[in-house]
Design a protein around this ligand. Structure first.
Ligand code: ADP
Length: 749
């Protein structure tokens, strides 16, 4: 929308305000003038009627008089129709009624035979038989009024005649009385009325000749006006008025007319149309002039006032702009120009005071602002520190943490979460809750329902065995909880804790209890039986029998002791308390020592050892007893899991760090699927057979623990039915180097 300046607004407003009364007055005046004009027209009409009546009366009197005279003559005898006698009669009429220029008696032949005065006697005998009136009166039997004529009988002036026939006693026509009327009295009669400005009367005779016309020439020349449209209208339509252009004036005129009956004359009053319109036009012009003048004056005045207001407002606007731009006007400087309205002056003063206050407050505000900024910065820093600390705590936690917002988007997840569930951190950070759970569900397909339960309820706990990317099983505990503060819930959190170790310990505990119940029961029952036998007082036992029982008891106790040893070893390994006491050793010596420690069972089987250890085999750095324990274990197994005559081949070779000792047997071998789990605690390939062979499933787990405690390792290669080769990687003795190595191993555990 276009915006106009205040000056334009005020000017237009002033102009409109000024125009309204002028327009009202103007309209009123126009209506008044219209009314006056109508009134004037009515007056003109009335005047025309009065004029008509006056002319009619005038002619009526004169005609009557002439007719009376003619009747007198008709009534008189021939003796009284002498010239003298007639003169006296004619004279009497002329003297009694003004207006006749001459009164004559005309005989049947159309010759004047008597006049009203001897002065006119020269006219006696004048032949008037060709005159229009003579013809008409002779043709008619009643009075006629002639049309305008000029002649002697009218003293050579334009005149009209009244001709009345006279009769003899025998009713025979005896000529007529001819009374000639001068026009001056008619003129006087006609012009005595006030017709108003630029208005005039006209009287025409029956032939259309002007009896009276202000233009005397027309009368003088007896001009025939019968063809004028107004005359035609008056004779035919008789509407009484109209606007006509007369041939001699060539201007439009408003004419009111009247036809006089009997004499068939026409009177009219003519007024120039220009004069009629003049008043109207004049009034309109004055109104328009007033309007234009007022308009110019109000525009000038409005403009002047607007300029004054505008100046003040512009000064205020400029002032505010400077203020907005940060420039404060010096106190005391005049903002508003002189002569501004009081209200604007007050406004400017208030504005100025306000600006001063703003200026004062601005300093304080700036100070406050900077303090606020400092505080915000400090608080932000503190928050950042707290956040960083919290982040560090969450990141260094061994638990996996993930937080989900109310829109089910992951808003936080620590690296442990990404690691446990094998999801790239970048992907995890923008994951949907549902996608995350789908991913977790893939790792534990059969536990879908339980997983879904985690998303419901304010606090839910669950336990799952999750298979990680390498197929390794982990036992996970999960706590799901609502994240809320002051009753407002922000989202949901999940903490996944890897409880594999605890779970394993728990399993171990169970296994050990089961071991105790199974493996301890047999030897203890056996011992109990033997001891009860020996304690019988009613029986006398042979010494050899007693000896046999005692040896059995000894063997059982040895088995229990072995079990307890194994148990203790496993506990040490699990708790990381397995201590070794390494020293430089010769491999061959260790092997031989182990062979010597072999249980009776091995010897009974006539085990054949083939030891191929080269003389220059490097020294190993190991705990002698523990290394022997490992070898005894391997040898025992080689004998135990063998269906034929056991042959154990021991070979040694070395690399830079280790002496590798292969213990190869010709036993039953191990199927490939068991190889990976062979070193797990309590793992036995065939439980029933191992039960027979007296195994516990702890031997190889202890071997592995001992080898790891040395910084070495053990692994197996086997073929079912052909035999197995267990390879021990034992650290070489490296002098000082071994001590450092051992430190490292210790730390690793
Ligand atoms: P055990 O006390 O049962 O011998 P180990 O841990 O020593 O426990 O051995 C675990 C399992 O590995 C045994 O039960 C057996 O099935 C298998 N095993 C160990 N050594 C051999 C071997 N030399 N030949 C065949 N199988 C073996």
């Amino acid at each position: 929308m276009k915006h106009y300046s205040m000056r334009s607004h005020l000017t237009v407003t002033f102009a409109i305000m000024a125009m309204i009364p002028i327009l009202i007055l103007g309209s009123f005046q126009v209506s008044q003038i219209t009314h006056i004009t109508q009134e004037s027209n009515r007056n003109q009409q009335m005047t025309t009627y009065r004029l008509g009546d006056a002319v009619q009366d005038y002619m009526y009197y004169h005609r009557n008089a002439v007719e009376t005279l003619a009747a007198t003559i008709t009534a008189s005898d021939a003796a009284f129709r002498t010239r003298e006698s007639l003169r006296l009669k004619l004279q009497s009429l002329q003297q009694n009624l003004a207006g006749f220029t001459g009164i004559y008696v005309v005989d049947q032949n159309g010759l004047i035979k008597a006049t009203h005065t001897t002065a006119n006697d020269s006219l006696i005998g004048t032949d008037v038989k060709d005159r229009d009136y003579t013809k008409r009166v002779q043709a008619a039997s009643n009075t006629i009024i002639s049309s305008l004529f000029r002649g002697q009988e009218g003293q050579n002036q334009p005149a009209v005649a009244i001709a009345v026939p006279i009769y003899k006693a025998n009713k025979q026509r005896d000529g007529f009385v001819l009374a000639v009327l001068e026009l001056a009295p008619i003129k006087e009669l006609v012009t005595k009325y006030d017709y108003g400005k630029e208005a005039y009367p006209v009287v025409l005779d029956h032939a259309g000749k002007p009896i009276y016309h202000p233009n005397g020439t027309l009368t003088e020349t007896l001009t025939d006006l019968s063809k004028e449209p107004v005359v035609v209208d008056a004779r035919t339509q008789r509407q009484g008025e109209g606007t006509y252009t007369l041939s001699h004036s060539a201007q439009k005129e408003l004419i009111t007319y009247k036809a006089i009956p009997e004499i068939d004359w026409i009177v009219w009053v003519s007024k120039s149309k220009a004069a009629v319109n003049a008043a109207f036009t004049e009034s309109l012009s004055i109104t328009i002039l007033l309007l234009v003048m007022t308009l110019i004056l109000t525009v000038l005045l409005g403009s002047f006032l607007a300029k004054r207001l505008n100046g003040t407002i512009h000064a205020l606007v400029g002032y505010t702009q400077r203020l907005a731009g940060g420039t404060f006007v010096e106190p005391g400087s005049k903002v508003v120009p002189k002569g501004a309205p009081l209200e604007l002056q007050l406004l400017a003063d208030h504005f100025f005071t306000m600006a001063e206050q703003i200026k004062e407050n601005q300093g304080a505000l700036l100070q406050l602002n900077s303090e606020l900024e400092d505080r915000v910065e400090e608080r932000t820093q503190r928050l950042q520190d707290e956040h960083a600390t919290l982040n560090a705590v969450l990141e260094s936690m061994s638990d996996a943490v993930v937080l989900i917002d109310m829109d089910h988007h992951v808003v936080y997840a620590n690296h442990r979460m990404a690691e446990i569930f094998a999801i790239p951190m970048s992907e995890l950070a923008i994951m949907q809750e549902s996608a995350l759970f789908d991913h977790i569900a893939l790792l534990l397909p059969e536990r879908q329902d339980e997983l879904e339960k985690l998303t419901a309820g304010p606090r839910v706990q669950g336990a799952f065995t999750v298979k990680n990317g390498q197929g390794k099983e982990r036992f996970m505990m999960v706590s799901a909880f609502q994240v809320a503060r002051e009753g407002r819930v922000f989202g949901r959190g999940y903490v996944w804790r890897d409880m594999t170790k605890e779970h394993e310990i728990d399993a171990l505990k169970n296994d050990l209890i089961s071991l105790a119940s199974h493996e301890f029961k047999t030897p203890i029952t056996s011992i109990r039986g033997s001891v009860e036998t020996l304690l019988r007082v009613d029986a006398q036992w042979e010494e050899s029998f007693k000896q046999e029982l005692l040896e059995g008891i000894h063997e059982d106790i040895g088995r229990i002791q072995d079990l307890i040893d194994d148990w203790l070893d496993i506990s040490k390994i699990d708790s990381g308390a397995m201590r070794i006491n390494p020293q430089p050793l010769r491999v061959e010596a260790v092997v031989e020592s182990a062979m010597r420690r072999l249980p009776q069972q091995a010897n009974d089987a006539h085990t054949q050892f083939e030891v191929h250890v080269a003389e220059d085999t490097p020294l190993i750095y190991a705990d002698k007893l523990r290394m022997e324990q490992v070898l005894v274990n391997l040898f025992t197994n080689a004998v135990r899991y063998n269906t034929q005559h056991p042959v154990i081949r021991i070979t040694a070779h070395a690399d830079e760090r280790y002496v590798k000792l292969d213990v190869q047997d010709n036993g039953i071998g191990i199927a490939a699927e068991h190889v990976d789990k062979l070193f797990d605690r309590f793992y036995r390939v065939d439980v029933s057979s191992s039960r027979q062979t007296g195994g516990t499933g702890l031997g190889l787990a202890i071997c592995k623990g001992i080898m790891q405690a040395h910084g070495g390792e053990v692994h197996v290669e086997s073929k079912l039915g052909e035999g197995s080769t267990f390879t021990l990687s034992i650290p070489r003795f490296l002098g000082e180097g071994n001590s450092n190595e051992q430190e490292k191993n210790h730390d690793r555990r």
